[in-house]
Structure formats: structure tokens, C-alpha cells
Unconditional design. Structure first.
Length: 202
């Protein structure tokens, strides 16, 4: 069995500013660092076979607080990055609502009706992320894998494994910063065991 620990990166400066990141980046906030350290403490006794991480700096920074084994193989993957949000990247939600209210509200409230023009589609994110996970499962058929990624990307992975339509993409629970989602796969049978756990913050 391959068991994935899917971790969303810690809170960033832009998260605090309600500024969209996508493929752009900002450093972890003080709370983001603190919560990543708390998660690292919770995970310190888990024997991971390898770590896979989005190539975004906020994910790499988060990973640095989670890994205690200097010999753990670490792989950085562009295909584990967040959804590319095109023209919205670097802008606050308030700024976006001034100019693109209709499109943004479709994105946040009616994902099945969202048509990607300047952004990446949910389908494209799902395809690239699941491709990485399937390759990892083939490579590590009997290991625990630490994987650091992003909110929308993890939502797309969960949605795909549960066999849900894009319409249900934003179904609760929310993928909070440093939350852990656990997925396992045995003989090509994928199961979601836990979504968005934040026990380390309690």
C-alpha cells in the first residue's frame, strides 16, 4: 500500500493580504512557519519513504519544517504547483471583484460552469496532479509519501479520487494551511482516508 500525506503549504504573506498567488509566490507568514513547525512535530515519527513537493517556494519552505531525516529523498515537481490563475495572480480579491466580479464568482461558486480563459482549468490541474501521484504510487508501492502542495490542487486530487464532478470541487471540508489529507492506494484502488485534518493546531 502507498499512503500519501497531502499537506497544504503554510499561510503566506499574500494569504494574509487576501492576494491570489497561483504560480507566483510569497514567503510564509510567522503563523505559517509556526504551524508548519507544529505539523513537523506531529509527523516526526512517521517513517516516510520519500517527499514530493511543489516547486513553488512557499511549498519548499513548508517542507523544510516537516522533514527531520537528512537522508529522505526529496523531489520537486512543477505539476504539483497551484492552479495558474493568470491575470488574477498578485491581485487582491477586492481588486479582482472590481474588474472581474462575474468570472471570479463563477470560479468560487459554480466551478462546473467556470470557463478558463486566462487561467488554467480545473481539469488540467487534476490531470497533471494525478499523473504525478500515479507515478509515485508505481515507484513506491509500499511506502508512506509526504507530499506538499496547494489548496486547489489538493481539492482536485480529492475530487478525482472520490469520483466526483467538478460541480462538487469546493465541497467541505476546506483545505486549510498546513492541513493533512490522507490518501492510500492498493492494487490501483484509491481511497481518501482523511480530508484537511488540522489536529496539530489543536
Amino acid at each position: 500500500m502507498t499512503m500519501f500525506y497531502l499537506v497544504r503549504h503554510g499561510e503566506t504573506v499574500w494569504n494574509k493580504e487576501h492576494r491570489l498567488q497561483g504560480w507566483l509566490d510569497s514567503p510564509l507568514s510567522s503563523d505559517g512557519i509556526l504551524n508548519a513547525k507544529k505539523l513537523g512535530e506531529q509527523l516526526k515519527n512517521v517513517q516516510f519513504a520519500a517527499a514530493f513537493c511543489s516547486s513553488s517556494e512557499r511549498a519548499k519552505e513548508t517542507l523544510s519544517y516537516l522533514v527531520h531525516d537528512n537522508n529522505l529523498p526529496i523531489h520537486y515537481e512543477d505539476d504539483l504547483r497551484e492552479i495558474n490563475l493568470g491575470n488574477w495572480q498578485g491581485k487582491t480579491i477586492e481588486e479582482i471583484l472590481k474588474h472581474d466580479r462575474y468570472e471570479y464568482e463563477v470560479y468560487t461558486d459554480y466551478p462546473a460552469q467556470f470557463i478558463a480563459t486566462h487561467t488554467e482549468s480545473f481539469g488540467a490541474v487534476t490531470e497533471r496532479a494525478m499523473y504525478v501521484l500515479k507515478n509515485i504510487a508505481n515507484q513506491y508501492p509500499d511506502g508512506k509519501i509526504l507530499l506538499v502542495s496547494h489548496g486547489v490542487t489538493i481539492k482536485c486530487i480529492v475530487n478525482a479520487i472520490l469520483g466526483r464532478s467538478i460541480k462538487q470541487l469546493w465541497a467541505p471540508p476546506t483545505i486549510e494551511d498546513t492541513s493533512v489529507t490522507i490518501v492510500d492506494v492498493v492494487n490501483d484502488q484509491w481511497k481518501v482516508k482523511e480530508i484537511g485534518s488540522t489536529l496539530h493546531l489543536q
